[in-house]
Design a protein around this ligand. Structure first.
Ligand code: NAD
Length: 278
């Protein structure tokens, strides 16, 4: 079955935006392949891209979108402000720079990349984000790697509740507490490293579920995210996997499959604990 962008569910955000549930993550996508990868992804049906200042490819992602010929409003672009640009003035400048690099009229979703609790500047950074919404060049604002404690402080000291919280989330790190806090506060949960960076390829339980449905392990994990209601951004630059990873809307996991995957929650991270960074 060929995937069509209409099959990709839209998640309603508290910002009023509707965000395609599945997008392409582009961490470690080099500048040499960025433009062509975006065009290839759009060709097979992707309409959402997740980049960051850190990834050093915003220019290429923007260029790929412009060259694709799609109308701007048909594509949803997220980028993130890096840790060394926190604080009101610093973040305000960093937002302008991101807009300049992407060069696509506006940014759909802007995130604080990490809370950096030791810097303790995220409330000031958020003020810059709130102000940027007034320019119309930023359509939605959210956070990444925020624990409930960080969110509590942010919400108590600001006017706008983040539209989403992008956190490490995969079968080994299911983030029950973060997901619960997010949903109780109207914040969408987005999964980064949704495939655990490929570490589940040989997992017997996932291989068995994949065999049962005639799907791959990656498709089973992405489908698991879809059924949990997570926004999800698997990364690949391989043309076959691009198609494979978005072809997850023609099957469903059953209760038994979901129960088996729930047992894989060991708490093992692929990235840092947000309290330890910055
Ligand atoms: P991921 O879990 O998406 O894993 C990507 C890796 O999985 C690939 O490099 C490849 O090795 C493998 N893979 C992909 N498709 C496959 C398939 N069909 N079959 C077998 N293997 C496959 O890891 P990620 O890139 O770390 O995370 C995805 C995106 O999340 C990133 O590109 C980035 O946009 C975002 N991210 C955000 C943060 C943050 O702090 N906010 C941190 C890391 C990543």
């Amino acid at each position: 079955m060929t995937f069509t962008p209409e099959q990709n569910p839209r998640i309603q955000l508290n910002s009023g935006q509707q965000m395609p549930q599945l997008g392409l993550g582009v961490y470690k996508v080099g500048q040499d392949i960025g433009v062509e990868l975006v065009k290839a992804a759009i060709e097979v049906g992707y309409r959402r891209f997740d980049t960051a200042a850190l990834y050093d490819n915003e220019f290429e992602i923007g260029a790929g979108i412009r060259q694709s010929g799609l109308d701007r409003e048909q594509v949803f672009v997220t980028t993130k402000i890096w840790n060394d640009r926190q604080g009101f003035d610093n973040a305000t400048e960093a937002i302008d720079e991101a807009l300049g690099r992407l060069n696509i009229e506006y940014i759909d979703m802007l995130l604080i990349h990490w809370p950096c609790p030791k810097q303790n500047l995220f409330v000031e950074t958020w003020r810059a984000f709130e102000k940027a919404l007034d320019t119309g060049k930023i359509r939605g604002i959210g956070v990444s790697n925020f624990n409930p404690g960080h969110l509590e402080k942010l919400i108590a000291n600001s006017n706008i509740v983040p539209a989403l919280n992008q956190v490490e989330l995969h079968p080994a790190l299911q983030q029950g507490d973060v997901r619960k806090y997010n949903s109780e506060h109207g914040i969408a949960t987005e999964a980064w490293s949704p495939l655990g960076r490929g570490r589940f390829g040989e997992n017997p339980a996932l291989l068995a579920i994949a065999a049962k449905h005639g799907k791959t392990v990656a498709q089973v994990i992405i489908r698991w995210h879809v059924e949990l209601g997570n926004l999800v951004i698997p990364k690949t630059s391989n043309p076959e996997r691009l198609k494979e990873n978005i072809d997850v809307f023609g099957f469903a996991l059953d209760h038994e499959d979901m129960a088996v995957i729930a047992t894989l929650n060991t708490g093992e991270r692929v990235g840092p604990n947000p309290d330890d960074l910055g």
